[in-house]
Design a protein around this ligand. Structure first.
Ligand SMILES: Cc1cc2nc3c(=O)[nH]c(=O)nc-3n(C[C@H](O)[C@H](O)[C@H](O)COP(=O)(O)O)c2cc1C
Length: 348
């Protein structure tokens, strides 16, 4: 009985609604970003970007900070990436010293430098190894043990076998990004595979990949039967998405976001992400990673993105934001990205 209580997932903000989670994103889901999102409207769960695990690895301080200094009021799951069983176990024990909601294993990262080391998405080629890793981690984690995976490496031939291992090792929550490793980030998402994961898995499944709006979230939940959604890039563009999902689920309506709120979001990102040792130029450049996504909902011609990419100083950047968000012809932020616009972040 006690174990069962311990292993219950954290409650959602609105009881009995589908779970929402901010997807882990390297260099994005940092403590300051989580704090900006939480001021706008938290997801039910946060996940850290991944802690790298290898022979000499130690918990990276800047990632740990998103756990130790988390003031969002929402639980944070700590994600690890690695393939060395003993070191994954050691890192798990280190992470369990902190206030983590659970430990998440990354089985999806598509970066060649990662999968060539047989980590992240590379693990999907080796079910026997996944079996050993999951078994060791399950034994080492008395609380919640979660997995985030893609549907396969080049194709889906190991997908069902790995889902059976997820069941065998009693994983508590599974997030499925409905693409193969080779499909990276831009192909169609295979929601049929997420649906299959829901059918096979004993644990709740979060649907991940192109959940772009509250309506889309409902459609994906209806189709897949998933317990919730995990949202990455669309939450950078539209951090209101979590509150919009809650509203839509309870009232069927969505509050549109005025562009002046988007201006405040950019202001808040600029101020919160700033660090004394980062030059103005470097900080403006870092902001472009976020603006590339935000711009998808600002103007249909993509002029905002085009101009923001050229800003060199804080003043230039905010003059462009003022022009498009405070005195432009549009008053509202688009619920879905404008068609034909593509974000080009420095790194995905
Ligand atoms: C910039 C960036 C960094 C990412 N870093 C991670 C990561 O550290 N761990 C992880 O499991 N997935 C990572 N991902 C993948 C996302 O968590 C998510 O699975 C993917 O973006 C698809 O969801 P979306 O369409 O909602 O963005 C990253 C994605 C992006 C765009």
């Amino acid at each position: 009985m006690q174990t069962e209580l311990k292993r219950a997932l954290p409650a959602t903000i609105v009881p009995n609604q589908p779970i929402t989670a901010l997807a882990p994103m390297q260099d994005v889901t940092t403590l300051p970003f989580m704090s900006v999102v939480s001021e706008i409207g938290s997801p039910d769960y946060f996940f850290t970007e991944y802690f790298r695990v290898h022979v000499q690895s130690r918990l990276e301080k800047h990632i740990l900070e998103s756990i130790t200094e988390n003031q969002t009021g929402r639980p944070v799951f700590a994600q690890m990436i690695g393939e060395h069983i003993e070191h994954l176990k050691r890192t798990t024990q280190d992470l369990l010293q902190y206030n983590v909601a659970g430990i998440d294993l990354n089985m999806g990262c598509p970066a060649p430098t990662v999968y060539k080391k047989r980590c992240g998405g590379g693990l999907l080629k080796e079910p026997e190894k996944v079996d050993r890793i999951l078994g060791t981690l399950r034994d080492a984690i008395p609380g919640l043990f979660t997995v985030k995976m893609r549907i396969g490496f080049e194709d889906t031939h190991n997908f069902e076998a790995i889902l059976n291992l997820i069941n065998k090792h009693d994983v508590d929550l599974l997030s499925v990004h409905g693409r193969t490793v080779k499909e990276m980030y831009r192909s169609q998402v295979h929601y049929d595979c997420i649906k299959l994961a829901v059918e096979i898995s004993d644990c709740p499944v979060l649907a991940n990949g192109d959940v772009s709006s509250a309506q889309r979230s409902r459609e994906i939940l209806d189709y897949t039967g998933a317990a919730g959604v995990m949202i990455g890039r669309h939450a950078i563009r539209n951090p209101w998405i979590f509150a919009q999902i809650r509203d839509f689920e309870s009232t069927g309506k969505i509050r549109r976001v005025p562009l002046q709120d988007v201006y405040q979001y950019v202001r808040s990102l600029y101020d919160t992400l700033q660090r004394p040792w980062i030059t103005e130029k470097a900080h403006v450049n870092r902001m472009k990673k976020f603006l590339n996504f935000i711009g998808l909902g600002v103007d249909p011609q993509g002029q905002f993105i085009h101009q923001a990419r050229r800003a060199q100083t804080e003043r230039e950047l905010f003059e462009i934001c003022e022009k498009f968000m405070l005195s432009g012809t549009n008053t509202y932020f688009a619920d879905e990205p404008y068609e034909g616009l593509v974000a080009r972040p420095n790194r995905e």
